[in-house]
Design a protein around this ligand. Structure first.
Ligand code: G4P
Length: 289
Protein backbone atom coordinates (compact mmCIF):
# COMPACT_ATOMS: atom_id res chain seq x y z
CA UNK A 1 0.00 0.00 0.00
CA UNK A 2 1.83 3.06 -1.16
CA UNK A 3 -0.88 5.67 -1.04
CA UNK A 4 0.05 8.85 0.73
CA UNK A 5 -3.38 10.39 0.96
CA UNK A 6 -3.71 9.99 4.69
CA UNK A 7 -2.01 12.97 6.24
CA UNK A 8 -1.22 13.20 9.91
CA UNK A 9 -0.60 16.10 12.20
CA UNK A 10 -0.01 14.43 15.53
CA UNK A 11 0.73 16.50 18.58
CA UNK A 12 3.98 16.17 20.43
CA UNK A 13 4.44 13.05 22.47
CA UNK A 14 7.28 14.34 24.61
CA UNK A 15 5.07 15.87 27.30
CA UNK A 16 2.84 12.80 27.53
CA UNK A 17 5.83 10.49 27.76
CA UNK A 18 7.32 12.57 30.55
CA UNK A 19 4.05 12.56 32.47
CA UNK A 20 3.65 8.81 32.05
CA UNK A 21 7.19 8.29 33.29
CA UNK A 22 6.43 10.40 36.38
CA UNK A 23 3.20 8.52 37.02
CA UNK A 24 4.89 5.13 36.74
CA UNK A 25 6.26 5.65 40.23
CA UNK A 26 2.70 5.69 41.54
CA UNK A 27 1.35 2.55 39.93
CA UNK A 28 1.78 -1.25 40.02
CA UNK A 29 0.30 -2.40 36.70
CA UNK A 30 -0.16 -0.81 33.28
CA UNK A 31 -3.42 -1.64 31.49
CA UNK A 32 -3.01 -1.19 27.74
CA UNK A 33 -6.25 -1.02 25.77
CA UNK A 34 -5.91 -2.20 22.17
CA UNK A 35 -8.43 -2.65 19.36
CA UNK A 36 -8.79 -6.42 18.97
CA UNK A 37 -9.12 -6.00 15.18
CA UNK A 38 -5.82 -4.15 14.88
CA UNK A 39 -3.63 -4.90 17.91
CA UNK A 40 -0.50 -3.77 16.06
CA UNK A 41 -1.81 -0.51 14.62
CA UNK A 42 -3.70 0.49 17.76
CA UNK A 43 -0.65 0.28 20.00
CA UNK A 44 1.69 3.13 20.68
CA UNK A 45 5.15 2.09 19.50
CA UNK A 46 6.99 4.03 22.22
CA UNK A 47 5.13 2.46 25.10
CA UNK A 48 6.87 -0.90 25.30
CA UNK A 49 10.19 0.64 26.24
CA UNK A 50 8.68 3.34 28.42
CA UNK A 51 6.64 0.90 30.46
CA UNK A 52 9.02 -2.04 30.56
CA UNK A 53 9.58 -1.69 34.31
CA UNK A 54 5.94 -2.51 35.13
CA UNK A 55 3.80 -5.59 34.59
CA UNK A 56 1.17 -5.15 31.90
CA UNK A 57 -2.40 -6.28 31.32
CA UNK A 58 -3.69 -6.05 27.74
CA UNK A 59 -7.39 -5.48 27.08
CA UNK A 60 -8.32 -6.56 23.54
CA UNK A 61 -11.28 -4.22 23.20
CA UNK A 62 -14.03 -4.19 20.55
CA UNK A 63 -13.77 -7.98 20.49
CA UNK A 64 -17.45 -7.96 19.48
CA UNK A 65 -16.23 -6.84 16.04
CA UNK A 66 -13.15 -9.02 15.77
CA UNK A 67 -12.68 -12.56 14.49
CA UNK A 68 -12.83 -14.80 17.56
CA UNK A 69 -10.14 -17.17 16.32
CA UNK A 70 -7.81 -14.22 15.67
CA UNK A 71 -8.49 -12.81 19.15
CA UNK A 72 -7.58 -16.20 20.64
CA UNK A 73 -4.37 -16.17 18.63
CA UNK A 74 -3.53 -12.77 20.08
CA UNK A 75 -4.23 -13.98 23.62
CA UNK A 76 -1.85 -16.91 23.07
CA UNK A 77 0.73 -14.56 21.56
CA UNK A 78 0.69 -12.35 24.65
CA UNK A 79 0.58 -15.36 26.97
CA UNK A 80 3.77 -16.68 25.36
CA UNK A 81 5.39 -13.34 26.11
CA UNK A 82 4.32 -13.58 29.75
CA UNK A 83 1.61 -10.94 29.35
CA UNK A 84 -2.00 -11.55 30.33
CA UNK A 85 -4.52 -10.41 27.71
CA UNK A 86 -8.30 -10.52 28.01
CA UNK A 87 -10.93 -9.92 25.32
CA UNK A 88 -13.46 -7.23 26.27
CA UNK A 89 -16.33 -5.32 24.75
CA UNK A 90 -16.50 -1.99 26.52
CA UNK A 91 -19.69 -1.02 24.70
CA UNK A 92 -21.75 -3.80 26.25
CA UNK A 93 -19.43 -4.47 29.19
CA UNK A 94 -18.85 -8.08 28.17
CA UNK A 95 -15.64 -9.52 29.60
CA UNK A 96 -15.11 -6.70 32.08
CA UNK A 97 -15.88 -8.93 35.06
CA UNK A 98 -12.48 -10.51 34.34
CA UNK A 99 -10.65 -7.21 34.73
CA UNK A 100 -10.25 -6.95 38.51
CA UNK A 101 -9.41 -10.67 38.94
CA UNK A 102 -6.79 -10.32 36.17
CA UNK A 103 -5.12 -7.37 37.93
CA UNK A 104 -5.14 -9.33 41.19
CA UNK A 105 -3.63 -12.36 39.46
CA UNK A 106 -0.81 -10.27 38.01
CA UNK A 107 -0.05 -8.87 41.44
CA UNK A 108 -0.63 -12.05 43.44
CA UNK A 109 3.07 -12.37 44.31
CA UNK A 110 3.04 -8.88 45.74
CA UNK A 111 -0.05 -9.77 47.80
CA UNK A 112 1.59 -12.95 49.08
CA UNK A 113 4.81 -11.18 50.02
CA UNK A 114 2.86 -8.59 52.01
CA UNK A 115 0.79 -11.27 53.73
CA UNK A 116 3.92 -13.28 54.60
CA UNK A 117 5.24 -10.19 56.36
CA UNK A 118 1.95 -9.98 58.25
CA UNK A 119 1.09 -6.73 56.48
CA UNK A 120 -2.33 -5.66 55.30
CA UNK A 121 -2.82 -6.03 51.52
CA UNK A 122 -1.57 -2.89 49.82
CA UNK A 123 -3.77 -0.69 47.64
CA UNK A 124 -3.13 -1.70 44.04
CA UNK A 125 -2.82 1.06 41.51
CA UNK A 126 -3.19 0.64 37.77
CA UNK A 127 -2.71 3.07 34.91
CA UNK A 128 -4.86 2.95 31.77
CA UNK A 129 -3.17 3.69 28.45
CA UNK A 130 -4.49 3.64 24.89
CA UNK A 131 -4.59 5.68 21.70
CA UNK A 132 -7.59 7.94 20.96
CA UNK A 133 -10.82 6.10 20.04
CA UNK A 134 -9.64 2.73 21.28
CA UNK A 135 -12.34 2.79 23.96
CA UNK A 136 -10.68 4.28 27.04
CA UNK A 137 -13.67 6.42 28.06
CA UNK A 138 -16.05 3.53 27.41
CA UNK A 139 -13.90 1.27 29.59
CA UNK A 140 -13.70 3.78 32.41
CA UNK A 141 -17.46 4.47 32.25
CA UNK A 142 -18.38 0.81 32.28
CA UNK A 143 -15.96 -0.23 34.99
CA UNK A 144 -17.00 2.76 37.11
CA UNK A 145 -20.65 1.75 36.83
CA UNK A 146 -19.95 -1.91 37.50
CA UNK A 147 -17.86 -1.15 40.54
CA UNK A 148 -19.48 2.18 41.50
CA UNK A 149 -16.03 3.68 41.30
CA UNK A 150 -15.44 7.04 42.87
CA UNK A 151 -13.73 9.66 40.74
CA UNK A 152 -11.15 11.72 42.48
CA UNK A 153 -9.00 14.60 41.46
CA UNK A 154 -5.88 14.69 43.52
CA UNK A 155 -4.19 17.99 43.07
CA UNK A 156 -0.60 17.81 44.09
CA UNK A 157 -0.08 14.18 43.05
CA UNK A 158 0.19 14.79 39.34
CA UNK A 159 -1.91 17.72 38.39
CA UNK A 160 -4.90 16.99 36.22
CA UNK A 161 -4.56 13.23 36.52
CA UNK A 162 -7.81 11.46 37.11
CA UNK A 163 -7.90 8.73 39.74
CA UNK A 164 -10.77 6.29 40.20
CA UNK A 165 -11.32 4.16 43.27
CA UNK A 166 -12.52 0.81 41.93
CA UNK A 167 -12.61 -0.95 45.29
CA UNK A 168 -11.11 -0.50 48.73
CA UNK A 169 -7.83 -1.97 47.48
CA UNK A 170 -7.78 -1.01 43.78
CA UNK A 171 -7.30 2.41 42.23
CA UNK A 172 -7.07 3.40 38.59
CA UNK A 173 -5.31 6.31 36.90
CA UNK A 174 -6.39 7.55 33.49
CA UNK A 175 -3.43 8.26 31.18
CA UNK A 176 -1.86 11.63 31.67
CA UNK A 177 -1.87 12.94 28.09
CA UNK A 178 -2.58 11.60 24.65
CA UNK A 179 -0.85 8.65 23.03
CA UNK A 180 -0.64 8.49 19.26
CA UNK A 181 -0.25 5.40 17.11
CA UNK A 182 2.53 5.01 14.53
CA UNK A 183 1.10 7.58 12.12
CA UNK A 184 3.92 7.55 9.62
CA UNK A 185 3.36 3.91 8.66
CA UNK A 186 0.82 3.92 5.83
CA UNK A 187 -0.48 0.44 6.63
CA UNK A 188 -1.10 1.43 10.23
CA UNK A 189 -2.84 4.60 9.02
CA UNK A 190 -5.08 2.61 6.67
CA UNK A 191 -6.07 0.09 9.33
CA UNK A 192 -6.94 2.88 11.74
CA UNK A 193 -8.96 4.59 9.01
CA UNK A 194 -10.78 1.39 7.98
CA UNK A 195 -11.88 0.72 11.54
CA UNK A 196 -13.04 4.31 12.04
CA UNK A 197 -10.41 5.36 14.56
CA UNK A 198 -9.81 8.40 12.37
CA UNK A 199 -12.68 10.63 11.39
CA UNK A 200 -13.66 10.15 7.75
CA UNK A 201 -14.00 13.85 7.01
CA UNK A 202 -10.23 14.24 6.96
CA UNK A 203 -9.85 11.34 4.54
CA UNK A 204 -10.35 10.74 0.85
CA UNK A 205 -13.14 8.27 1.37
CA UNK A 206 -13.12 6.88 -2.17
CA UNK A 207 -9.40 6.10 -2.12
CA UNK A 208 -9.86 4.54 1.28
CA UNK A 209 -12.75 2.41 0.03
CA UNK A 210 -10.67 1.22 -2.92
CA UNK A 211 -7.90 0.11 -0.54
CA UNK A 212 -10.49 -1.64 1.58
CA UNK A 213 -11.99 -3.39 -1.46
CA UNK A 214 -8.54 -4.67 -2.45
CA UNK A 215 -8.43 -6.31 0.96
CA UNK A 216 -11.86 -7.84 0.38
CA UNK A 217 -10.73 -8.99 -3.05
CA UNK A 218 -7.84 -10.90 -1.49
CA UNK A 219 -9.73 -12.14 1.60
CA UNK A 220 -13.45 -12.00 0.84
CA UNK A 221 -15.76 -12.98 3.69
CA UNK A 222 -18.97 -14.91 2.97
CA UNK A 223 -20.94 -12.05 4.51
CA UNK A 224 -19.33 -9.48 2.21
CA UNK A 225 -20.04 -11.53 -0.91
CA UNK A 226 -23.61 -12.30 0.16
CA UNK A 227 -24.28 -8.67 1.01
CA UNK A 228 -23.60 -7.62 -2.61
CA UNK A 229 -24.69 -10.88 -4.21
CA UNK A 230 -21.19 -11.50 -5.53
CA UNK A 231 -19.02 -14.54 -6.09
CA UNK A 232 -15.31 -14.34 -5.29
CA UNK A 233 -14.59 -14.87 -9.00
CA UNK A 234 -16.72 -11.83 -9.95
CA UNK A 235 -14.24 -9.45 -8.33
CA UNK A 236 -11.00 -11.35 -8.76
CA UNK A 237 -9.79 -9.52 -11.87
CA UNK A 238 -11.31 -6.09 -11.22
CA UNK A 239 -9.37 -2.92 -10.57
CA UNK A 240 -10.21 -1.21 -7.25
CA UNK A 241 -12.23 1.54 -8.94
CA UNK A 242 -14.21 -1.06 -10.91
CA UNK A 243 -15.09 -2.83 -7.66
CA UNK A 244 -16.29 0.44 -6.15
CA UNK A 245 -18.43 1.08 -9.23
CA UNK A 246 -19.80 -2.45 -9.16
CA UNK A 247 -20.93 -2.05 -5.56
CA UNK A 248 -22.49 1.34 -6.34
CA UNK A 249 -24.31 -0.20 -9.31
CA UNK A 250 -25.53 -3.15 -7.23
CA UNK A 251 -27.09 -0.67 -4.81
CA UNK A 252 -28.54 1.55 -7.56
CA UNK A 253 -26.39 4.52 -6.58
CA UNK A 254 -26.65 6.51 -9.80
CA UNK A 255 -26.23 10.19 -10.48
CA UNK A 256 -27.42 12.12 -13.54
CA UNK A 257 -26.17 10.74 -16.85
CA UNK A 258 -26.18 7.19 -15.50
CA UNK A 259 -22.85 7.64 -13.73
CA UNK A 260 -22.27 5.82 -10.48
CA UNK A 261 -22.07 7.79 -7.26
CA UNK A 262 -18.82 6.28 -6.05
CA UNK A 263 -18.59 8.61 -3.05
CA UNK A 264 -21.93 7.33 -1.76
CA UNK A 265 -20.80 3.77 -2.48
CA UNK A 266 -17.60 4.38 -0.50
CA UNK A 267 -19.55 5.70 2.49
CA UNK A 268 -21.91 2.74 2.31
CA UNK A 269 -18.99 0.30 2.35
CA UNK A 270 -17.62 1.76 5.58
CA UNK A 271 -21.02 2.06 7.24
CA UNK A 272 -21.63 -1.61 6.55
CA UNK A 273 -18.12 -2.80 7.41
CA UNK A 274 -17.99 -0.88 10.69
CA UNK A 275 -21.52 -2.00 11.49
CA UNK A 276 -20.28 -5.60 11.30
CA UNK A 277 -22.25 -6.43 8.15
CA UNK A 278 -19.22 -8.00 6.45
CA UNK A 279 -18.64 -10.41 9.33
CA UNK A 280 -16.05 -10.35 12.07
CA UNK A 281 -12.89 -9.12 10.43
CA UNK A 282 -9.53 -8.91 12.14
CA UNK A 283 -6.99 -7.06 10.04
CA UNK A 284 -3.79 -8.03 11.85
CA UNK A 285 -2.45 -11.38 13.07
CA UNK A 286 0.46 -12.16 15.41
CA UNK A 287 2.53 -13.80 12.65
CA UNK A 288 2.90 -10.35 11.06
CA UNK A 289 5.10 -9.28 13.95
P1 G4P B 1 -11.46 6.85 23.69
O1 G4P B 1 -11.92 7.31 25.04
O2 G4P B 1 -10.31 5.89 23.78
O3 G4P B 1 -11.18 7.96 22.75
O4 G4P B 1 -12.64 5.97 23.02
P2 G4P B 1 -14.22 5.96 23.32
O5 G4P B 1 -14.47 5.25 24.62
O6 G4P B 1 -14.77 7.32 23.16
O7 G4P B 1 -14.71 4.99 22.16
C1 G4P B 1 -14.58 5.34 20.79
C2 G4P B 1 -15.71 4.67 20.02
O8 G4P B 1 -15.59 3.24 20.12
C3 G4P B 1 -17.11 4.98 20.55
O9 G4P B 1 -17.99 4.94 19.43
C4 G4P B 1 -17.41 3.79 21.45
O10 G4P B 1 -18.80 3.58 21.64
C5 G4P B 1 -16.80 2.69 20.64
N1 G4P B 1 -16.43 1.52 21.46
C6 G4P B 1 -15.67 1.50 22.56
N2 G4P B 1 -15.51 0.25 23.00
C7 G4P B 1 -16.19 -0.56 22.15
C8 G4P B 1 -16.39 -1.98 22.05
O11 G4P B 1 -15.87 -2.79 22.83
N3 G4P B 1 -17.16 -2.42 21.02
C9 G4P B 1 -17.71 -1.58 20.11
N4 G4P B 1 -18.45 -2.12 19.14
N5 G4P B 1 -17.52 -0.25 20.15
C10 G4P B 1 -16.79 0.25 21.16
P3 G4P B 1 -18.65 6.22 18.83
O12 G4P B 1 -19.28 5.81 17.57
O13 G4P B 1 -17.64 7.33 18.81
O14 G4P B 1 -19.70 6.58 19.88
P4 G4P B 1 -21.07 5.83 20.20
O15 G4P B 1 -22.00 6.28 19.11
O16 G4P B 1 -20.84 4.35 20.15
O17 G4P B 1 -21.41 6.33 21.55
Amino acid sequence: MENQYIQWFPGHMTKTKRKIKESLKLIDVVVEILDARIPISSSNPDLAELLSSKPKLVLLNKCDKANRNATNQWITYYHNKGIKAIPVDCKSGRGLNKFVPAVREILSDKFKAQQAKGLKSPILRVMIVGIPNVGKSSFINKISKQTRAKVEDRPGVTRGNQWYTISSDLEMLDTPGVLWPKFDDQKVALHLAFTGAIKDNILDIESLAMDFLELMQNHPTDEFLARFKLKADDIQDLQPFEMLELIGRKRGMLISGGEIDTERAANLIFDEYRGGKFGFITLEYPEEL
